[in-house]
Design a protein around this ligand. Structure first.
Ligand code: BEZ
Length: 226
């Protein structure tokens, strides 16, 4: 039997994020118009009233101020309807306590996407996993509506929201200072300067490294973070 190949299309890193209008728990939204100049985390979850998703929503909503401080807006999505979303978010606020979080109010918009219109634009329906529920997708989109990061997780794995925040901080650092961030980088850690682009620069870096820089080799130089 021939193997089937999934030809679904969705934006890749560096592509413009597809535009959409959607009904949400915070009213109608238009992307990208309503989000000009902001970073956006567009994320999907498989279904309302499910355990892993509930812990994820509580965690994300509890970090809302931290994302606001990073000029970042959150938008959730599942293929459930609006009344299901509302009922689930009310249950979370009124009844669920998890890891010290309680009375958690989800103030960011949660898209209803029964027809999967938005989910399909972002490759959130992956039929090998399920053709009736979205996977756990995360699209990090920059203020010019360009996709910068794509993460996909299966239904059984709750996401690490501290890592998602770290990614936003790393992208903002890279954009602001023209640097890259090393493995396990955290704010305040040293950053990587762009590799030497010529033999002359490589030689200079090794023989007279600038004061604010240190080189492990000609292609791996770091400096203190601003
Ligand atoms: C959950 O969030 O717990 C979940 C959702 C869909 C399938 C399996 C688990």
């Amino acid at each position: 039997m021939e193997e089937s190949v999934n030809m679904a299309t969705f934006p890749l890193i560096g592509d413009k994020a597809p535009s959409f209008k959607a009904k949400t728990t915070q009213g109608e939204i238009s992307f990208p118009e309503d989000y000009e100049g902001k970073w956006v985390i567009l994320f999907s979850h498989p279904a309302d009233f499910t355990p892993v998703c509930t812990t994820e929503f509580m965690t994300f909503a509890s970090m809302a101020d931290e994302f606001t401080a990073l000029n970042t807006e959150l938008i959730g999505l599942s293929v459930d309807g609006l009344y299901s979303h509302i009922a689930w978010l009310r249950t979370i606020k009124d009844k669920i306590e998890f890891k010290g979080m309680k009375n958690v109010e989800v103030k960011f918009p949660l898209i209803e996407d029964i027809k999967m219109t938005v989910a399909k634009k972002f490759g959130m329906i992956q039929p090998g996993a399920s053709d009736t529920m979205a996977v756990r997708a995360v699209f990090i989109i920059d203020p010019k509506a360009v996709v910068r990061v794509i993460l996909y997780y299966p239904a059984s794995t709750g996401r690490n929201f501290a890592e998602i925040k770290r990614i936003i901080m790393a992208l903002q650092k890279a954009d602001a200072e023209g640097v890259a961030t090393p493995a396990n980088w955290q704010p305040g850690d040293d950053v990587i300067v762009p590799p030497a682009g010529s033999c002359g620069v490589a030689k200079d870096r090794m023989e007279s490294t600038p004061d604010d820089m240190y080189c492990l080799d000609w292609f791996l130089c770091l400096k203190k973070s601003k």
